[in-house]
Design a protein around this ligand. Structure first.
Ligand SMILES: Nc1nc2c(c(=O)[nH]1)N[C@H]1C(S)=C(S)[C@@H](COP(=O)(O)OP(=O)(O)OC[C@H]3O[C@@H](n4cnc5c(=O)[nH]c(N)nc54)[C@H](O)[C@@H]3O)O[C@H]1N2
Ligand SMILES: Nc1nc2c(c(=O)[nH]1)N[C@H]1C(S)=C(S)[C@@H](COP(=O)(O)OP(=O)(O)OC[C@H]3O[C@@H](n4cnc5c(=O)[nH]c(N)nc54)[C@H](O)[C@@H]3O)O[C@H]1N2
Ligand code: SF4
Ligand SMILES: [Mo]
Length: 663
């Protein structure tokens, strides 16, 4: 029997697409877009389509595995669960529950994936991670400025006269926004892309501005400086709705526009031009996550926020400092799922520095790491240290669909289901504000089990089974409580497959900000750090000696055909590490396409094959992230685990390297 079923993409992505999945004889045979989805309208990307292969491939993990004398042996679920439960009991008795580290990321956007926290809270509270490799610096920055990170709803782009895409690789990472940009351009809106790489979005831009990586805060500073010189700022907005503007003016007085141009490597005229564009309202700004993965990343987002505010583009249709849309996730009641009040003990490690923290932990030392929805061996910075920490720990338990680099190190690998094998709801707090329903479409292969089943079985063995004695629908309903008071129900979502969440379409339209003063805050008066003219840690301005030794800026952006590390092993031809270098580097070193090179710094090295990115900013290199060891190894062998200025973000792109040709 052939059926086409509506479902949803589970991947950690801006777009959160609706799917039409073909199911034949209990097997997923094709994944396509759902034309009835109001935002994603039938179009999906290759990563979504490849979920068919992720589900059906012979590479799936099908049975629990235990490492015995260095090799994996298949064991029964009963044995795996009994042994892990016994260890959890022993660890709690001997060292306390925080001797367990829960290492996770957000590989699956399913709401019920948050039940891992319910498990660890009911167990007594473990060592959890804080911050985010992904967007942490920028989220904190927008909380300081506006009180929260809110974006305009996708269709508000129709109201923009000018659109600035600032460090977002839209054509590759956010395809439905790309479609919207094409529509906006047809309508006559002007599109400007600011990026060190001439990416596929730059190709459709009216203007492309190339910038030295990590210098965007200074570019925003230069544009504000020009606005003030030309009298283009929005006096009324600044007066009524912001606080601390005089601090910004004073800071800008301490540097010349020529110096800003020298540091950003952006000509002064470009700053003047952008000042006019920001004043020609409404101008919308769409920040990506790339530009905040630097030591000065929080400050960068704050300066861009300040520019959007000073030009009066906040709270108006067609404007906005669009970065993330936390309103979307805030629609659900997480406490009902995660039960934070059941935690008796707690400890937090930075997600960036989790490995250093594991190695240095005392009182208690880490006895067990449980990995869910993450592949830290490829995705967490400074791979050498990650490998050391994850190898040293007494017990490593990895819940996975595939034998990843992280799973390879595990003592127990527990096989888990893919999205089409379990029911959940999916949303993303990045772009649109619709939540999608994903039913279970097919049975799980082998002995693969949902994460929730694993938590439930362990909870039964640890004496808090009652906390997991709910169906998936009952859990979903718990998170839906706040929505039900607004007349939105889980039943309607299930019936319609997608539901518009009640969020503000144009944030801050009432000019009531969620900051302590209720205004946009440029100040450092409420515990924030002051705005500064900060530069990346690994740059000639901050560290000339390092820049001499390692002259090139390394970006490690998101791959086209994989969500992070999830798809490389499914490609028809084995992937190769591609080292994309700016033209001045290939010229200087006499490099040709496909030359084998070594890229290195004090943290490690990666080998790969040259591609020439003719229009990339001088001295810039990119190697896409996510590559497994067996295909050449993670770029995170090169990156630093240093946190961003505000402590909550990563500095993955704040990375200097050298490069040489090898044979
Ligand atoms: N195909 C694909 N799509 C994805 C993902 C994926 O893995 N693959 N991952 C998803 C996830 S989890 C995320 S977080 C998003 C990320 O989505 P994006 O924010 O679009 O992705 P990034 O790869 O972080 O980089 C975006 C852009 O920032 C630029 N950039 C880097 N440094 C700077 C800088 O200093 N200044 C400026 N102006 N630009 C800079 C890069 O050149 C790149 O063009 O994508 C999501 N979508
Ligand atoms: N150098 C560099 N490093 C980066 C980035 C970068 O741009 N450059 N980007 C960063 C960003 S933005 C992000 S979001 C992170 C992403 O980091 P991760 O979330 O760790 O990366 P993924 O490869 O998406 O997923 C990790 C694993 O989760 C598994 N998985 C998928 N679904 C499930 C599930 O339902 N249950 C369980 N138990 N496991 C599941 C997958 O099989 C996969 O192996 O990486 C960060 N790391
Ligand atoms: S990965 Fe993103 S763009 Fe691709 S299908 Fe999934 S949600 Fe849509
Ligand atoms: Mo991310």
């Amino acid at each position: 029997m052939v059926e086409i079923r509506q479902a949803a993409c589970p991947l950690n992505c801006w777009d959160s697409c609706g799917f039409n999945v073909t199911v034949e004889n209990n097997r997923v045979t094709q994944v396509e877009g759902d034309p009835s989805h109001p935002i994603t309208r039938g179009k999906i990307c290759g990563r979504g389509r490849m979920l068919e292969a992720r589900t059906n491939t012979k590479q799936r993990l099908l049975h629990p595995l235990k490492k015995i004398n260095g090799t994996f042996e298949q064991i029964s679920w009963e044995q795996a669960l009994n042994e892990i439960a016994a260890k959890l009991i022993k660890i709690k008795e001997t060292y306390g529950s925080t001797a367990v580290l829960h290492s996770h990321d957000y590989a699956n956007n399913g709401l019920l994936k948050n039940l891992d926290q319910r498990f660890f809270n009911c167990y007594g509270g473990v060592t959890e991670l804080y911050g985010s490799l992904c967007w942490g610096a920028g989220i904190e920055a927008q909380k300081w400025d506006f009180g929260d990170a809110h974006s305009h709803e996708p269709n508000d782009l129709n109201n923009s006269k000018n659109i600035i895409v600032w460090g977002r690789n839209v054509a590759r990472t956010n395809m439905h926004f790309y479609e919207k940009l094409l529509e906006a351009k047809k309508r006559g809106a002007k599109l400007i892309v600011i990026d060190p790489v001439f990416n596929a979005t730059a190709k459709i831009a009216d203007d492309y501005i190339s910038i030295k990586p990590g210098m965007d805060g200074l570019l925003a500073a230069g544009i504000i400086k020009e606005m003030l010189r030309l009298g283009l700022e929005d006096h009324a907005f600044i007066e009524q709705y912001t606080i601390g503007f005089e601090d910004v003016v004073q800071l800008l007085g301490s540097i010349t526009i020529e110096k800003l141009s020298e540091m950003t490597e952006v000509p002064c005229e470009v700053m003047t031009n952008l000042a006019h564009i920001y004043a020609d309202k409404p101008t919308s700004t769409f920040m990506g996550l790339g530009l905040q993965r630097y030591k000065n990343g929080g400050n960068t987002i704050r300066f861009i926020d300040a520019l959007v505010a000073v030009s009066g583009n906040i709270g108006m249709a067609g404007g906005g400092a669009n970065y993330a849309n936390l309103q979307v996730g805030q629609s659900f009641v997480f406490e009902e799922l995660t039960l934070p009040n059941r935690r008796q003990n707690s400890r937090q490690f930075s997600i960036m520095e989790q490995s250093e923290e594991v190695l240095n932990a005392i009182n208690p030392e880490i006895q067990m790491i449980v990995v869910t929805c993450g592949n830290p061996l490829t995705q967490v910075p400074d791979t050498k240290v990650v490998e050391e920490a994850f190898s040293k720990v007494a017990s490593l338990v990895v819940i996975e669909q595939f034998m990843t680099d992280t799973a390879q190190l595990a003592d127990y690998v527990l096989p888990t289901t893919t999205a089409f094998e379990e029911e959940d709801i999916y949303y993303s707090s990045m772009y649109h504000h619709y939540v999608n329903y994903g039913p279970q479409l097919v049975p799980a292969p082998g002995e693969a089990k949902p994460d929730l089943w694993i938590w439930t079985e362990l909870a039964n063995r640890l004496g808090f089974g009652a906390d997991f004695d709910f169906t998936r629908k009952q859990f979903l309903k718990m998170a839906f409580q706040a929505l039900e008071t607004k007349g939105l129900s889980l039943e309607t979502l299930i019936e319609k497959h997608t539901l518009e969440l009640p969020v503000k379409a144009i944030p801050w339209q009432d000019r009531k900000f969620k900051t302590p003063t209720g205004k946009v805050e440029f100040t450092a008066r409420f515990g924030q750090k002051p705005l500064t003219l900060a530069v990346p840690e690994e740059s000639k301005w901050a560290n000339p000696q390092l820049a001499e030794k390692y002259p090139y800026s390394l970006l490690t952006i998101h791959p086209l055909r994989s969500n992070h590390s999830q798809n490389y092993h499914l490609f028809a031809a084995a992937p190769k590490v591609k080292v994309e270098v700016a033209r001045n580097i290939s010229d200087r070193l006499g490099l040709q396409k496909d030359d084998l090179v070594r890229v290195w710094n004090d943290r490690g090295e990666v080998k790969g094959y040259i591609a020439i990115a003719a229009s990339a900013h001088p001295d810039t290199i990119n190697i896409d992230e996510g590559i497994w060891k067996r295909f050449g190894g993670s770029v995170n062998n090169l990156t630093s685990s240093r946190p961003s200025d505000n402590g909550l973000g990563s500095t993955l792109y704040d990375c200097l390297v050298n490069l040489e040709k090898i044979n």
